[in-house]
Design a protein around this ligand. Structure first.
Ligand code: PHE
Length: 443
């Protein structure tokens, strides 16, 4: 018997848990920081509405309609065609993304411990960060610990594992984040950071910003990888997809915006640079915290928050692959979870080492950066593009929309949905993808 979420709120929490992760707490603030601030946030919100929303509804309802994993779902809706390959790409995405995601999440766990030990000062955070990630064994060990936590939850299943853990972890995450926002906003000089974050200057926007905003949207909403499809497959007939999708998007965007509001005011108030890139959370923030009263406590809070957010996302990536193995290959959940987790752990080892301990590179970039670029420029956008084409053209007309509307109580999808999923979404993703490849291969 296939498991079902205990309630609609259970599904929303789990799906929001998948969406809210390193993408919100670590990546969103630094991408905003390197792309000039508020104007980028506006572009990001538009992309979420126009591309993110129709895809979110589509993925969830493909899962709900078929009650199957990504491969099984496409097979059920388009038998004897190669469309199942889109699902297979999703399974590959879950596998690939988790391998390096777990490495970064492991840094977060290590930092929880480091903040407890109180090792950070205003001037040593870069040295500590570089020292940690290039150390070799240490980060691999933390990657292992994070994979073990993820594995335990997934072996327990959808209700006892995923459902029960998000019920406690998501509210905890929210409270921790609010603490940080209040702290940041009450610092002297915080307003300058708020302005940077919320007052748009559109001259800062380049084509590169558009590309980053799209990549960020897919990654943050867990779209294009079959995660939402997989979670949707545990919904019951009659469950409302549209309002759930709205909730998940609202929570994901809300938490990303709050994360920025916890970070930029503090960064500006204490005179740091918002545009340092990937080191913002791990280098700049610990220094910012070290410079404020009770900083250690807030630093601890931040890294605990980051680790929790990462965990509730990581479980969804592992669940994509496990649900495929269980449904399609008839392997027990326990065996499938352990086997896949070991393989993902192994793939993460060279990713972690390639950052500095050992020289492992592909096409001139480290193996870690290669995996990240591969998901950002290929796996997620192509997965999303093909999903929109499938829903718009293969499912014939407005089949998905009519199906969704039957169970949606308040918000109904109008014909505008067909226009979005048939024309706007594929053209936008296609255009951005191709332009992105041109810039990638010409650089
Ligand atoms: N949405 C997650 C985050 O923001 C990452 C993710 C991507 C999860 C793809 C599942 C699938 O961190």
């Amino acid at each position: 018997m296939r498991e079902n979420w205990v309630s609609r709120a259970g599904f929303i929490l789990a799906a929001a848990g998948s969406a809210i992760g390193l993408g919100n707490i670590w990546r969103f603030p630094y991408v905003v920081g390197t792309n000039g601030g508020a104007a980028f946030v506006v572009i990001y919100l538009i992309i979420i509405l126009v591309i993110g929303f129709p895809l979110m509804v589509s993925e969830i309802s493909l899962g709900k309609m078929t009650q199957k994993n990504p491969v099984g779902a496409f097979k059920a809706l388009a038998p004897d065609t190669p469309w199942w390959l889109v699902g297979a790409m999703g399974v590959l995405s879950g596998f690939v993304i988790l391998s390096f995601y777990s490495v970064v999440a492991g840094w977060g766990l290590a930092y929880v411990l480091k903040t407890l030990q109180g090792v950070f000062t205003v001037s040593n955070t870069e040295e500590i960060f570089v020292g940690h990630i290039t150390q070799g064994l240490q980060p691999v060990l933390w990657h292992f610990i994070f994979m073990v936590l993820t594995t335990i939850i997934i072996t327990l299943g959808v209700v006892k594992g995923i459902g029960r853990s998000v019920k406690y972890l998501m509210p905890a995450l929210f409270v921790l984040l609010l603490m940080l926002v209040v702290r940041a906003l009450t610092l002297e000089g915080a307003l300058e950071g708020v302005r940077f974050y919320l007052q748009p200057d559109f001259s800062e926007i380049t084509f590169g910003s558009l590309l980053s905003a799209t990549g960020q949207a897919f990654f943050s909403l867990s779209l294009g990888a079959g995660a939402m499809l997989t979670y949707g497959s545990y919904l019951k007939k009659g469950d409302d997809v549209v309002s759930s999708a709205v909730w998940v998007i609202f929570l994901d965007v809300g938490i990303a915006l709050l994360a920025g509001l916890a970070i930029f005011p503090a960064v500006f108030a204490l005179g740091f640079d918002p545009s340092v890139g990937a080191g913002l959370a791990f280098v700049t923030l610990p220094a910012v915290f070290a410079a404020m009263p009770l900083g250690n406590l807030f630093a601890f809070t931040f890294f605990l928050l980051l680790s929790i957010a990462a965990l509730t996302s990581a479980i969804s990536m592992l669940e994509i692959v496990v649900s495929w193995m269980v449904d399609e290959k008839g392997i027990t959940r326990f065996k499938a979870t352990i086997g896949i987790a070991i393989l993902i752990f192994i793939l993460g080892i060279p990713a972690s080492l390639s950052i500095g301990a050992v020289d492992i590179s592909i096409f001139g970039i480290s193996f870690f950066d290669f995996l990240d670029l591969f998901q950002e420029r290929f796996l997620l956008p192509i997965g999303a593009l093909l999903t929109s084409i499938f829903v718009g053209y293969v499912l014939k007309g407005s089949k998905l929309r009519l199906e969704v509307n039957q169970d949606s109580k308040k918000l109904k999808l109008g014909a505008w949905f067909d226009v979005l999923i048939k024309y706007v979404v594929p053209t936008a993703i296609g255009g951005i993808l191709i332009a992105g490849w041109i810039s990638l291969f010409s650089s």
